[in-house]
Design a protein around this ligand. Structure first.
Ligand code: 4NP
Length: 153
């Protein structure tokens, strides 16, 4: 069982997209029993009194266009005790890597990665919060998830 936590800044755009895309990919590959998949935020920006925001509507929309539902996903913030509960923390960009390291106080077991490092064009996932371009973000995330799944075969 590989436990995968996708991480971005707000957990309302990129990391929920990654969670939902990866879960679907794993299911279609008949490998659901090999994975536990979740997503979270480095910031508490979208969590109020313990209740997280829903996935941002344009992210919901692009997922729906690919036949995927967010299934009631709400934002949660990454917690220090998640470190022992997951095998991989897959970050959407380099700032998330910094944020995750801050929450965990380091990465003693080498569990922190960048999603696009699983593709032939490493770097940051295109950030739709600033660009408004959810199509490019979807493509980046899909490619990253394909590479991630292959890497665990
Ligand atoms: P995400 O996008 O990290 O992909 O969920 C963002 C969501 C919210 C904010 C920034 C990025 N924000 O500043 O509230």
């Amino acid at each position: 069982m590989t436990r995968v936590m996708f991480v971005c800044l707000g957990n309302i755009c990129r990391s929920p997209m990654a969670e939902i895309i990866f879960k679907d990919m794993v299911e279609k590959a008949g490998r659901s029993d090999e994975f536990f998949v979740a997503s979270s935020a480095t910031s508490d920006e979208n969590v109020w009194n313990g209740t997280g925001a829903e996935v941002y509507p344009p992210a919901k929309k692009i997922l729906a266009q690919h036949g995927l539902s967010t299934g009631g996903k709400r934002a949660v913030q990454l917690r220090a005790d998640d470190y022992r509960k997951y095998d991989l923390f897959i970050c959407m960009d380099r700032y998330n890597v910094r944020g995750v390291n801050r929450i965990f106080g380091g990465d003693k077991d080498g569990k922190i990665r960048m999603l696009m490092d699983y593709t032939d064009r490493p770097g940051d996932v295109s950030d739709p919060w600033y660009s408004g371009d959810f199509k490019t973000a979807y493509r980046d995330i899909y490619e990253g998830c394909e590479g991630l799944l292959k890497s665990i075969e």
